[in-house]
Design a protein around this ligand. Structure first.
Ligand code: SF4
Ligand code: FES
Length: 352
């Protein structure tokens, strides 16, 4: 049994085991902690200290509750002052020559840099083949305010002489206040009409009101992922074991794609990302995804990613070129007009 220590939670004195996390101390004292954002609960989706959605004040300093250990006499406040800027761990500001799924296809073939990007730490999913796991699971580094991150991104845009500024991850949408303020700041620092603000997302918590806020703030491009048609596939791809949660995430993602097209097709460029590897999702399910996307919008840009062996799934075999050609055919045969497939020899896709 570990020693109990006395701490203050929102000015109430309680005893908890020493060394547990602040998040756990809150849970055992009746606070609700969730991994889907809910009113009145602490949202703690990544659990690695990356997203800072779970940030609380600890001895008057902002700290992520999921990794901050309890020590004797700690004072924790879950009500953050309005003027306390949100923070998040962000890595890797720099130029990119390829772009993401939300990058328009006509830019993909260009030589040189086509956008600058940064990567937000922490993710709510646990994809065993995560291709960016070093960022996803990193709680290391100095957290940045939205203003500081927007300044770094703007400097990066100037350095690489591009118009597109992307945020990817990890999962960019986890810390909602941070992302909305970041997009707002980026727009303020880049008021010219050429500036494009691009959000890459797994789309699992991207509700309609969240989309409205991002568009209002200045988001111009988005790359939403659709990691399956059936919840069972979504669970296999994402490592989410709770079926109800998987259904909620997947439904949110499909609803978001439909909403983006129905409400914002003229204002926001949407490029959907779909994973492919026969071990994770069969071609028949890609066909169903194609049918559903066609019904949403035959013109929607779809980019299929050839999932390679990575992270905990080093046993996977990267789909070969001919498999990806077959996937491309499946989707175009469904009537989709703008299909790209990533292959070992570069993208195949719409003629420019
Ligand atoms: S959604 Fe993306 S960043 Fe998150 S675990 Fe899956 S592959 Fe990694
Ligand atoms: S849940 Fe604590 S930092 Fe992401």
């Amino acid at each position: 049994m570990s020693k109990e220590v006395s701490i203050e939670l929102d000015e109430k004195r309680v005893k908890v085991p020493e060394g547990i996390t602040v998040k756990r101390a809150l849970e055992i004292n009746g606070y609700t902690v969730t991994n889907y954002p809910e009113k009145g609960s602490l949202f703690a989706p990544c659990d690695v200290g990356g997203c800072w959605s779970c940030a609380v004040e600890v001895n008057n300093e902002l700290k992520p509750a999921c990794i901050t250990p309890v020590t004797k006499g700690l004072r924790v406040s879950t009500e953050l002052p309005q003027d306390c800027p949100p923070k998040r761990i962000i890595h890797g500001f720099g130029g990119h020559t390829v772009g993401g799924v939300g990058t328009p296809y006509w830019l993909k073939g260009r030589h040189g840099y086509i956008e600058v990007a940064c990567f937000a730490s922490g993710c709510n999913l646990r994809c065993p083949q995560c291709q960016n796991w070093e960022t996803t699971y990193s709680g290391q580094g100095k957290p940045l305010t939205p203003r500081k991150a927007a300044e770094l991104m703007t400097a990066s845009r100037k350095k690489f002489r591009v118009d597109r500024m992307a945020i990817s991850g990890g999962e960019s949408t986890l810390n909602r206040r941070w992302l909305v303020e970041y997009v707002t700041e980026l727009k303020r620092l880049n008021p010219d009409p050429n500036a494009r603000i691009h959000v890459d997302t797994n789309t699992t918590i991207l509700t309609k009101d969240y989309i409205d806020k991002l568009v209002e703030s200045g988001m111009t491009d988005i790359g939403p992922d659709l990691k399956g048609y059936y919840p069972e596939t979504f669970m296999r791809i994402t490592g989410i074991e709770n079926k109800a949660m998987a259904e909620r995430y997947l439904n949110t993602a499909w609803d978001a794609v439909r909403y983006l097209i129905e409400r914002y097709k003229d204002r926001v460029f949407t490029g959907v990302g779909i994973p492919y590897n026969k071990e994770l999702i069969p071609p028949q399910e890609i066909e169903l995804i194609g049918e559903r996307l066609y019904e949403i919008d035959p013109e929607i840009q779809v980019c299929v990613l050839d999932y390679r062996p990575e992270f905990k799934r080093l046993d996977l075999v990267k789909p070969n070129y001919y498999e990806m050609v077959k996937i491309h055919k499946i989707l175009t045969n469904k009537g989709l007009e703008t299909v790209m497939c990533q292959t070992e020899y570069g993208h195949i896709g719409p003629e420019i």
